[in-house]
Design a protein around this ligand. Sequence first.
Ligand code: K1U
Ligand code: ZN
Length: 173
Amino acid sequence: MNQDMALLSILCYPDPRLHTVAKPVAVVDARMQTLVADMLETMYAAKGIGLAATQVDIHERLIVIDVSEERDQALVLINPELVWTSPTTHRNEEGCLSVPGIYDGVERFDAVHVRALDQHGQSRTLQAEALLSVCIQHEMDHLMGKVFVEYLSPLKRNRIKTKMRKAQREDAR
Ligand code: K1U
Ligand code: ZN
């Protein structure tokens, strides 16, 4: 691994910065490539299958994903847009690196087609189903300032907020 890469710190719910709407990436330049490398390193170190720039307090439309068992199939999606969503949906168990220890069911499209730039600035369309489809929808929500717990009932969400605040207070001690 490249020694210049850096681990980024991940914002934790209910940090209000997680609700920032990301802006499109203007140019895929060297700065963007460094950010991609740092986000991949951060995602792998945290044992996640995805990470949105929003979660590392960078409010630009960039996500990294790797749903492979071997952790060697990195996907970089810059300025992602859903160009097709399946007519059917499914409830899936989700987790989030910004809401550690919380897992719950969220209804998502079964399959999506997403158009995005890759790390070289090339436009591609990806056809995704199963876990990859779920992960893309979860990460694209982050770019819109939405965290998966916002799909849960207000009661559950408030319990999660209280639990997270308590954990953060204990971590700060
Ligand atoms: O966005 C994130 O915080 C990453 C998140 C992605 C994700 C996981 C599961 C469903 C949708 C999106 C995670 O990587 S959470 C940790 C994880 O590896 C995981 C959790 C539940 C199921 C499968 C994987
Ligand atoms: Zn998440």
